[in-house]
Structures are given as structure tokens and as C-alpha cells.
Design a protein around this ligand. Structure first.
Ligand code: ATP
Ligand code: LTN
Length: 336
């Protein structure tokens, strides 16, 4: 299909820590798989990362690292637009408008807000609450058709759709395309290696809970060996064994097989065997991505040139939507 006729696909990751195997299976590798069928925009949401406490130096480094990881996993910078959220000021500008069309009740019901604010104690930033308005802005600015994300982001895509429909209805004009979500059949929710009832999360303070995409082979093997499993010793598809289900999901996702096929491959084997095999599979996939990411991190000028060009291109698109929205809501034309 000629590039101009392709639909828009867009997604992003927060550079709030090192990227994880969950980010890879739930998001990044699906971007790679789908990239040829869409006009793609992928970015690092550094403004979103600020909703929880960040070390400025680390945030900068992690932002480079996120972009480097996108390229290392196979996103082609020649065809996809890669950029950093804060380099396109229209994201924050549209977010303000959207904030005026989202209800407090909707925001406070978000699972991510409830979970993250519970961890913050007294000091819960307003940004954590209004996070979905900025995310909706990220998506709606580009008239996006498809958003490939992990399962935990379903609620945020739903609220984005609701705002788009609401504003299109209020102004009786098509301000925004209503986006669809894509979640993968396997790997949409990888669980923590230390607590298989919780999602693997890059900001989990226990570094044994997650495989980072920059982990060495040795670290991967050690983390898998330490992974919390369940009582019993038989490898079966059983919801009462969440630790084992998680390892089966990871292996299935990495080998493009179903979890039951993985179970058959382990008939008569013990948990320890499953852990080693899972580690080997992770190393096989993550190893080359890690090496390429670290190599790209030694070429920051190259990375810089990619995300500078990406921001310029993204802004051209974003400005069109923002100008239309400003006009429709009744703001006097200024700089546009
Ligand atoms: P944080 O801990 O900072 O909230 P995170 O690890 O949850 O970070 P995000 O930046 O919020 O990661 O998510 C980036 C993308 O990765 C999203 O599409 C999200 O759905 C996906 N994702 C995150 N964690 C997982 C997981 N455990 N399994 C599958 N997909 C995941
Ligand atoms: N909230 C997302 C990250 C994110 C995003 C986006 C994903 C911010 N803006 C736009 C897809 C599209 C998360 O994964 N926590």
C-alpha cells in the first residue's frame, strides 16, 4: 500500500526505568510485527515518566535507552517516526483541553492511578491523576487508528475513545479518529518473577522481579532460577499455579507456540527444567537486542539525529489537529 494510504499506528513506553521483558512481549515486538502495514509513530513518554519521582540524570539516559531499544528490536527509523514526547509541545497543549472534557470520576477509577497512588502515600501528584488526558492527547493528536499495547493499558485506551467520541459529539464535527486497541494473543500480561499475582513492572523496586532488556545472560539465568514457583512439581496448565503459568506464557510468547504445546514439551520434567529452558529462550531473543541497544548507546549523535527529525515530522501532523481543535472549541487563531 502507498504510505499515504496507510492507517496510523502509534505507541509509546515510559522511560521511567530500564525496559522489561513485559514491555517487549506486550508492546515492542508487536510494533515491529505490524510496522509494515501502518504509518508508524513511536515515542518515549518522558512527560508521563515525571508523574512519579525521577532522578533527572537517569531519566535522560533512560530516554535515550528507550529509543535505542526500539531500534534494536527492529523498528526501522527510516520508515517509522521516532521521537521524544516533550519535543512536541502540542502533546501538553492538547492534554490541557482534554483535561477539561474528562470527569474526575473517570480519572479516579483508573486502575493504574489507584495502584500507583497507593504506593505514593500522601504525596500523590495531580499528574498521576490526569495521566490519561496526556495519553489521550498523545493518541488523538495524530488521528491514530491502532494502538498496540499490553493488557494493562486497555482502560486508558477506553477512556481515550470515550473522550474522542464525546468531543466529536459536542462539536458535531470529526475532531478525532476513534482509535482501536491491539493486544497480542499471548504475552499481553507478563507477571512478576517474584510475585506472579502482580504484573512485571519496570518500576518494581525488586530487580529480581523483572528481566530488563539490558540484563546479561548470567543475570537472566539467575533471575529465572530465583523465580517464585508453586507447590507441587508437575508442569500443568493450572490457574492454581500462577508462577508456572507465567513461565509457560513467556516461553510460548517467545517461541510462537501455545502454552499447552510448551506443557507437552515438558512432560515428566520438573520445575527446575522449565526455569532453565525459559531462561535459554529469553537469552536467545533478548541477547542480540541487548547487544545492539548497548552499541547504539555509544552513538548518541545518531540517536539524537533520529529523534530530532522525528519530532519535526510529528509536529507537522500534531499542529494540524491542534489548530482544528483550538478553532472548534472557540479559541481565537493566534500562531496558527
Ligand atoms: P512502570 O512500572 O513505570 O509503570 P511498565 O513496566 O508498566 O512501567 P509502561 O511504560 O507503563 O511499562 O508500558 C509500556 C508498554 O508495555 C505498554 O504497552 C504496556 O501495556 C506494556 N507492558 C508493561 N508491562 C507489561 C507486562 N508485564 N506484560 C505485558 N505488557 C506490558
Ligand atoms: N501509558 C502508557 C504509555 C503511553 C502510551 C501513550 C501508550 C503514554 N502515551 C500512547 C500508547 C499510546 C503505558 O504503557 N503506561
Amino acid at each position: 500500500m502507498p504510505p499515504t494510504q496507510k492507517k496510523i499506528m502509534l505507541s509509546a513506553v515510559q522511560p521511567s526505568h530500564l525496559l522489561t521483558l513485559g514491555n517487549y512481549l506486550g508492546a515492542l515486538r508487536n510494533w515491529v510485527k505490524l510496522q509494515d502495514d501502518y504509518t508508524c509513530l513511536f515515542f518515549a513518554v518522558d512527560l508521563h515518566a515525571l508523574t512519579v519521582k525521577q532522578d533527572p540524570k537517569k531519566l535522560r539516559e533512560q530516554t535515550y535507552l528507550a529509543l535505542a531499544t526500539y531500534i534494536a528490536t527492529g523498528i526501522r527509523p527510516e520508515t517509522a517516526t521516532l521521537f521524544i514526547q516533550s519535543h512536541v509541545p502540542e502533546h501538553a497543549e492538547l492534554a490541557w483541553i482534554l483535561n477539561c472534557f474528562i470527569y474526575m470520576g473517570e480519572l479516579s477509577r483508573m486502575t493504574q492511578f489507584k495502584e500507583k497512588s497507593a504506593r505514593q502515600g500522601q504525596a500523590i501528584s495531580a499528574g498521576l491523576l490526569t495521566y490519561p488526558a496526556l495519553m489521550a492527547s498523545d493518541i488523538l493528536l495524530y488521528q491514530t487508528h491502532l494502538v498496540p499495547v499490553g493488557e494493562d493499558q486497555k482502560q486508558h485506551i477506553e477512556i481515550t475513545r470515550d473522550i474522542a467520541i464525546r468531543m466529536n459529539h459536542i462539536y458535531e464535527v470529526s475532531l478525532f479518529t476513534v482509535p482501536e486497541i491491539y493486544t497480542p494473543p499471548v504475552g499481553a500480561r507478563i507477571m512478576s518473577l517474584q510475585n506472579p499475582m502482580c504484573k512485571m513492572s519496570k518500576s518494581d523496586p525488586d530487580s529480581n522481579s523483572a528481566i530488563y532488556l539490558t540484563d546479561t545472560n548470567d543475570q537472566i539465568l539467575k533471575k529465572l532460577k530465583k523465580a517464585v514457583t508453586d507447590s507441587g512439581s508437575e508442569i500443568t496448565l493450572d490457574d492454581q499455579k500462577p508462577g508456572i503459568q507465567n513461565l509457560l506464557q513467556i516461553q510460548a510468547a517467545l517461541s510462537e507456540k501455545t502454552p499447552s504445546e510448551i506443557v507437552s514439551e515438558h512432560t515428566g520434567k520438573q520445575y527446575g527444567h522449565l526455569k532453565i529452558k525459559t531462561a535459554e529462550k529469553i537469552i536467545e531473543t533478548i541477547g542480540p537486542i541487548r547487544d545492539r541497544t548497548l552499541e547504539l548507546m555509544t552513538h548518541k549523535d545518531y540517536l539524537h539525529s533520529i529523534f530530532q527529525a522525528g519530532a519535526k515530522h510529528a509536529r507537522e501532523r500534531a499542529q494540524k489537529t491542534l489548530a482544528h481543535v483550538y478553532d472548534q472549541v472557540g479559541l481565537i487563531k493566534g500562531r496558527y
